[in-house]
Design a protein around this ligand. Structure first.
Ligand code: NAD
Length: 411
């Protein structure tokens, strides 16, 4: 079994036992409701045919349609997709969205395909899985190496082949989220995960009795999640002192001046190094800075037993998926640090996906302000519920998150 699936299942089994589930109930919950796979054969640009393995795992739909992304990666495997689908059930439940958990994938290295080959492959996915998805059945979204363009191809193909007579044309667009704005996408979707994390930060600071102006933050990663987290944390008033990409980071004790400017510099210079008023720091060093809040927003296993003893942050907000190993979390917790788990901290993305689905289903179009007002409420309510539960039951924030989510699924 893949290690991600084993870790997810262990967290769930432990939480389920603590809330009194029987071994049969746990076994039943862990088993995905449906596992669909197809071999997708497409014509390559040079005329020969190639076949790719594709998956859609529908874990649980007790709270609503299955929901989760589709990733394109050469290392995708069925167990990994199952782990991610299972965690989507937890994520949607903790955000209190009326959605279940699912995930899809294709074993492909997208960098080796031309744009037209990618289009053929994406359309083939939508055609093959069309009988198993739909606005009230299963609603896929982008994930690693997929985005608005992929969703546009897929939704177009789905509408062409779907024999669904119940839904209006606009409602059929609700079958996929993460669509471009001009194809019934939602305002705020691009920055949703980072924005959701900053709402969690805002509430966490209140609970820690700290003002944003007196809070220092270090962010690992300046991709979609890390960039918007850093930008919006700075707008909240925090001092973002460091940020990094895969090549290294930059640091300014007084706080980085403008995150927007830093991204522009990275685009023109091809690296972060060289921004006026900053100095270069190594990736390992960023994680060990003496800051209030550390935000791993790049990869899994960034903090392990090897570097956890050197982490000085008072709180770690997991914006990436699985950035803190369970052994590392034990070390951090013993030192008194708070760890906000990924399924809670990065649930802003799926929350806005739900709002996109809702707008399509109700033929509405909301402003960014409308979307963010709702997103803020989802994130504040979720974090507050987890915080209160962890204090009441003397468990970690991760344990509280899993226990609350499982109770909600069972209800
Ligand atoms: P991305 O590819 O846009 O960005 C990743 C960033 O991490 C890049 O800037 C890259 O240079 C940097 N990076 C890679 N290795 C690094 C290293 N060793 N040290 C420092 N920086 C490094 O990805 P993303 O969409 O921002 O996603 C980041 C994480 O958040 C992933 O774990 C993803 O699964 C998770 N996540 C993303 C979303 C979303 O909506 N995009 C939602 C939930 C979870």
């Amino acid at each position: 079994m893949n290690s991600m699936l084993a870790t997810a299942q262990t967290s769930i089994s432990n939480a389920a036992r603590r809330i009194g589930w029987t071994p049969e109930q746990i076994k039943d919950f862990l088993k995905p409701k449906h596992s669909h796979h197809f071999d997708l054969t497409i014509a390559m640009d040079d005329g020969h045919e190639k076949t790719f393995k594709a998956y859609r795992i529908q874990h649980n739909n007790k709270r609503g349609p299955f929901k989760g992304g589709i990733r394109y990666h050469h290392q995708v495997d069925e167990h990994e997709v199952q782990a991610l689908a299972t965690l989507m059930t937890i994520k949607c439940a903790i955000a209190d969205l009326p959605l279940g958990g699912g995930k899809g994938g294709i074993i492909v290295d997208p960098k080796k395909l031309s744009l037209t080959e990618l289009e053929r492959l994406s359309r083939a996915w939508a055609r093959a899985f069309a009988p198993h998805i739909g606005p009230e059945i299963d609603v896929p979204a982008p994930d690693v190496n997929t985005g608005g363009q992929t969703m546009s191809w897929m939704v177009d193909e789905f509408i062409k082949v779907s024999r669904d007579l119940i839904h209006t044309p606009m409602q059929k667009y609700a079958t996929f989220t993460g669509k471009p704005l001009d194809l019934h996408g939602s305002a705020g979707r691009t920055e949703a995960t980072g924005q959701g994390g900053v709402y969690v930060l805002e509430d966490l600071l209140k609970k820690m009795g700290k003002k944003p102006e007196e809070t220092t933050v270090a962010v690992q990663g300046i991709g979609n999640v890390g960039y918007y987290f850093a930008l919006l944390a700075q707008k909240l008033g925090c001092k973002v002192v460091a940020i990094s990409d895969s090549r290294g980071g930059i640091y300014a004790a007084e706080g980085l001046k403008s995150i927007e400017h830093i991204l522009k510099h990275k685009h023109t210079a091809g690296k972060l190094e060289g921004v006026t008023g900053t100095r270069r720091i190594a990736n390992e060093h960023l994680l060990e800075l003496d800051v209030d809040i550390l935000v791993p927003a790049a990869l899994e296993n960034a903090i392990t037993v090897h570097n956890a003893p050197k982490v000085k942050a008072k709180a770690v907000i997991e914006m990436a998926n699985g950035p803190v190993s369970s052994e590392a979390e034990n070390i951090l917790t013993k030192k008194g640090a708070v760890v906000v788990p990924d399924v809670l901290a990065n649930s802003g993305g799926v929350a806005v996906s739900y709002l996109e689905w809702y707008q399509n289903m109700h033929e509405e179009k909301w402003t960014l302000e409308d979307v963010n007002t709702r997103l803020k409420k989802y994130m504040f309510d979720a974090f507050d519920a987890v915080w209160k539960y962890h204090l009441k039951h003397k468990v970690s924030l991760r344990e509280a998150t899993f226990e609350i989510a499982l109770k909600r699924v069972m209800e």
